[in-house]
Design a protein around this ligand. Structure first.
Ligand code: FE2
Length: 390
């Protein structure tokens, strides 16, 4: 078997109401002053402002609020947060929000602790060294950023997503409270859950996958396929399953990384402002159909057994059914992508070397163009009559 490294680092606290114990967690880490990193008025919208502030105060923890994190956080935002963290002398970061707030929180911890500029830490550099602890509280069920050693930061000048990666980026504590998802808009529930599904399946098919990442990826896949349609239709009782599936997806990519789906999705986000999870969902069937053909037969059989499917075609059909059921547009044309961009996206995607390295199938510009062209035609045209499925 191929050798691998698996990190066991993040303490995961799961359960209804656990966010109310965030102060205790800061205290246990030896902290006394936290930077509370979030987006706009998310604390108020979700009803968690009082809960968190009360918990901090009853544990004697001071805090400074940094609520300027935008969707797809920029280098500038992370550096501003780090400046505040330094000026205020905080010893802990609490990141409350989706992947954006958590990734910004992780980058702020690195910059505050190790100094320098954000770009000093971009892949292929491995971020190592002592950093102040991050407590991550995800408010969506998609990114898994609460348990990953990555922070994805947008370089606005080049319109590219850059990655800070390394053991020092890992949050120290992840607090998973399914009650946080009570008020999540339906669209965001679907988009983020499909991001989590993408993590699970990309990790499972990644060349860097391990038996550990495979195990968690399969449970995440099973939960999302089973419970997302129910949660989307308003079943509150299953949201906990999606919350944990998202963390499992994060654990899977923490070892195995993501593949071509994510790198192509980055283009849609940076050039057409498409939500990250939606971008992956729009591309997933086409790229996955190609990638699954290169998957080890034993692993393919396990995936089909877990998902109750009988072939790659059958699996892709089931995936399309799920994606259709939660309101994802049929094609990338519907989010503004034009045929003239095929050359540009192919070049851009090839630049995400980490993803290309992990991809199980061969990739070059013409293969990328072909796959993206299918996504442009859309699911109903490509799979409606199964003419590409032979
Ligand atoms: Fe993702």
């Amino acid at each position: 078997m191929t050798g691998f490294t698996h990190y066991l680092h993040t303490k995961i606290v799961f359960g209804d109401g656990v966010v109310g114990k965030v102060g205790e967690e800061v205290r246990k880490l030896g902290g006394s002053k936290a930077l509370l990193v979030t987006t706009g008025n998310l604390l108020e919208i979700t009803g968690y402002s009082d809960i968190i502030l009360k918990s901090l105060s009853s544990s004697g923890i001071n805090y400074v609020l940094f609520n300027e994190v935008e969707e797809n956080p920029s280098i500038e935002t992370c550096e501003k947060g780090a400046e505040i963290a330094k000026e205020e002398g905080v010893d802990t970061v609490i990141a409350f929000g989706g992947g954006s707030a958590m990734d910004a929180g992780k980058a702020i911890s690195v910059l505050k602790s190790l100094g320098g500029r954000t770009s000093d830490y971009f892949f292929p550099k491995v971020v190592e060294g002592p950093t102040i602890p991050v407590i991550a509280i995800p408010t969506t069920c998609g990114t898994g950023a609460e348990v990953t050693r990555y922070a994805i930061i947008t370089d606005l000048s080049t319109k590219r997503k850059m990655t800070m990666a390394g053991p020092s980026v890992l949050p120290k504590v992840a607090m998973l409270d399914p009650e946080v998802l009570r008020k999540i808009p339906k669209k965001l529930l679907a988009w983020t859950s499909l991001d989590a599904l993408s993590h699970a399946i990309e990790a499972y098919t990644s060349k860097a996958s391990t038996p550990i990442s495979d195990g968690v990826a399969l449970i995440a896949t099973d939960y999302i396929i089973k419970y997302l349609p129910k949660a989307y239709e308003g079943d509150e009782g299953v949201k906990g399953k999606l919350h944990i599936a998202s963390t499992l997806g994060g654990m899977a990519i923490n070892d195995a990384g993501t593949t071509l789906i994510h790198s192509a999705g980055y283009y849609l986000t940076t050039h057409h402002n498409v939500h990250h999870g939606l971008a992956n969902a729009l591309l997933m069937p086409f790229i996955l159909e190609y990638n699954l053909r290169y998957l080890d037969e034993e692993k393919l059989n396990i995936l089909m057994r877990v998902t109750g499917t009988s072939s790659i075609e059958d699996f892709i059909k089931a995936l399309c059914k799920l994606i259709d059921a939660v309101g994802i547009p049929d094609s990338i044309a519907e989010v503004g992508f034009k045929e003239e961009e095929l050359d540009v996206i192919a070049r851009d995607v090839m630049g995400y070397k980490r993803n290309i390295m992990n991809n199980p199938s061969p990739v070059d510009e013409s293969i990328v163009k072909n796959l993206i062209y299918k996504a442009l035609l859309g699911r109903s045209k490509v799979y409606g009559n199964l003419k590409y499925m032979a």
